[in-house]
Design a protein around this ligand. Structure first.
Ligand SMILES: N[C@@H](CCC[C@H](N)C(=O)O)C(=O)O
Length: 293
């Protein structure tokens, strides 16, 4: 008789996870190509709570749908919610795959579309993140407004610039980001009714026409040391507002990302580092006492 319900072993037990980071953004890579299943939201939450494994995003590799793609990425936040896009995680996944195959050009897919990644050096990658989406329905926002100037009326902040990079971002340009407590502001704005799918909330401080300081409260995760899609969205929002050109260095607490919003095809390129930390085989203790919702 087979084990069932509470007594069945979690199918993730015995699988290997790879802890990495992209400019300090904590990434856990789980390769489930060929496995035929995905973690459940409660599995993602259990992994985020497991001692030593705490991640900002869990990048799950599944089978590619097209011949020219290496893998399909399903992306989880700490709270078990999913995102269609993760810039830093994409570089980490590219490194994991490039080390296996020796490839210097990779194509990866997410539910938001296809991404082309180029290896620039042993631990540096450029991702073509595709075009930003600037329409209010695309971000999405709750109602029709000028997406370059969205009044949220909170915390003495100016209006926000909203951009989708496959996931929703709101960026506030301020003179001094340390004058605001993002740990207080972030969770309130993430759930503002203007954002039907919640939003990643960023404070950006222009330092020069090609250099911006950035701090990010990530949807479903919280304050992180870096967020690649936020860096892309900020580059776009800054160029749109005339605060920067199409090339910008975005300095985050965990490191720098280089953003180029290409004029020729409207795509946003992101270049940045990866770091490999360790690999570990999952044991049953990770999933003991996990929540069921
Ligand atoms: N850290 C990521 C973004 C991850 C997804 C985000 N929290 C969301 O829910 O949209 C990055 O590097 O882009």
């Amino acid at each position: 008789m087979g084990l069932s319900g509470a007594f069945a072993q979690n199918p993730l037990v015995g699988r290997e996870v790879h802890k990495m980071n992209g400019a300090g953004n904590a990434i856990l890579v789980l390769d489930l190509r060929g496995a035929g299943f995905l973690p459940r939201p409660e599995d993602a939450r259990a992994l985020a709570r497991a001692p030593g494994l705490a991640y900002d995003q869990l990048m799950v590799l599944g089978d590619a749908a097209a011949r020219d793609e290496t893998a399909f990425m399903t992306i989880f936040n700490q709270d078990g919610s999913r995102s269609a896009s993760c810039g830093n995680g994409t570089r980490c996944v590219a490194h994991y795959l490039a080390e296996q195959t020796g490839a210097t050009e990779l194509r990866l897919a997410t539910s938001a579309g296809k991404l082309k990644v180029s290896r620039e050096g042993p631990l540096a990658y450029t991702v073509d993140m595709g075009p930003p989406r600037l329409g209010w329905r695309d971000i999405p926002l709750a109602r029709e407004v000028d997406t370059a100037s969205v009044e949220l009326g909170h915390f003495g902040l100016p209006s926000a610039s909203c951009v989708s990079m496959g996931n929703p971002h709101a960026i506030f340009f301020v003179e001094e980001i340390d004058a605001f407590n993002l740990e207080v502001i972030g969770p309130k704005l993430e759930f503002d009714p203007m954002f039907p799918q919640r939003a990643n909330i960023s404070l950006a401080q222009p330092l020069a026409s090609d250099h911006i300081r950035l701090k990010v409260w990530e949807r479903g995760t919280g304050l992180t040391l870096a967020c690649g899609t936020a860096a892309c969205a900020t580059g776009v929002a800054a160029a749109r507002a005339g605060l920067a050109g199409r090339f910008a260095r975005i300095s985050l607490p965990g490191g720098d990302l280089l953003i180029h919003w290409r004029e020729a095809d409207d795509h946003v390129e992101m270049t940045g580092p990866v770091e490999v930390e360790f690999s570990r085989v999952l044991d049953a203790a990770v999933f003991s006492g996990q929540d069921e919702s």
